[in-house]
Design a protein around this ligand. Structure first.
Ligand SMILES: [Zn+2]
Length: 262
């Protein structure tokens, strides 16, 4: 049984590390997703700017047509001036010419302002093009980094899985299944020693009879409160491990020198 406990303690380190690496692998593409979303929004904005430019150009075209019409109308009235004979006719025509001129002035102003608008849009579009191309470069760079990171983590994962495989080779599957779940839910600590009659994982008091069963070490015993696997060790080791658990860190709990990780 002692050998089994030793193996489980090695295994808990490997499993904890494995779950951590798996989580990290899952998180890596998220950076890229954010980059992709930013680029996507830039492209949408770029398309919208182009649509606005088309609309502005159409408006400019129609303003120019209206200006032509207004000019022709005024020229027509001016020609009619030669034909009028009464003061009343003169006044009426003079008013038409003034109105037409005013309209021309108004349209010229609108054309100038619309031309300015078109120029601004063109410059915005150029800025967007630059932004998009730099965001595409960033994305490319991040993709490359991601692939490198991913390949490092995946090879670490394969190492851990190989070590895990060696350790679990003839282990009881049900125990293993339970143990993996405890590791996941108890931040990496799945097997703890009993100190006197207290579980050093959750500090709950256990019955003397239960403690005796753990001590006999005939079969695996799970703490009825925190579900961790319990084992009994001599006082010195017990204290060391209990102190480490108090410190709350797995890396403290697991002495790396105990492991031959290769
Ligand atoms: Zn417990």
């Amino acid at each position: 049984m002692q050998e089994q406990y030793q193996r489980l303690r090695k295994l808990q380190y490997i499993l904890f590390e494995k779950y951590k690496v798996q989580d990290e692998i899952k998180d890596i593409p998220k950076v890229i997703e954010t980059n992709e979303q930013v680029l996507e929004r830039s492209k949408e904005r770029y398309l919208e700017q182009n649509r606005r430019l088309e609309r502005a150009k159409d408006k400019l075209k129609s303003l120019k047509i209206r200006l032509d019409d207004a000019e022709r109308a005024r020229e027509g009235y001016e020609k009619q001036m030669d034909l009028i004979s009464t003061q009343k006719e003169y006044e009426a025509l003079d008013k038409e010419i003034k109105d037409a001129s005013e309209k021309e002035q108004q349209l010229r102003k609108e054309i100038l302002s619309e031309e300015k608008h078109v120029e601004e849009l063109i410059s915005e579009i150029e800025d967007s093009e630059e932004l998009i191309s730099s965001q595409e470069e960033d994305l490319q760079e991040h993709r490359q980094q991601m692939e490198e990171e991913l390949s490092v983590k995946q090879s670490r994962l394969r190492e851990l899985e190989a070590e895990e495989k060696d350790l679990v080779v003839d282990m009881d599957e049900e125990i293993l299944f339970k143990f993996e779940r405890i590791i996941k839910s108890k931040s990496g600590v799945g097997i703890v020693p009993i100190k006197e009659i207290v579980c050093t994982g959750c500090h709950m008091q256990l019955s003397q009879q239960f403690v005796n069963e753990v001590r006999e070490g005939v079969e695996y015993q799970f703490c009825p409160y925190c579900s961790r696997i319990l084992f009994y060790e001599d006082a010195k080791t017990e204290e060391t491990i209990a102190a480490d658990i108090e410190a709350g860190s797995l890396s403290d709990l697991v002495d790396m020198d105990d492991f031959d990780l290769n």
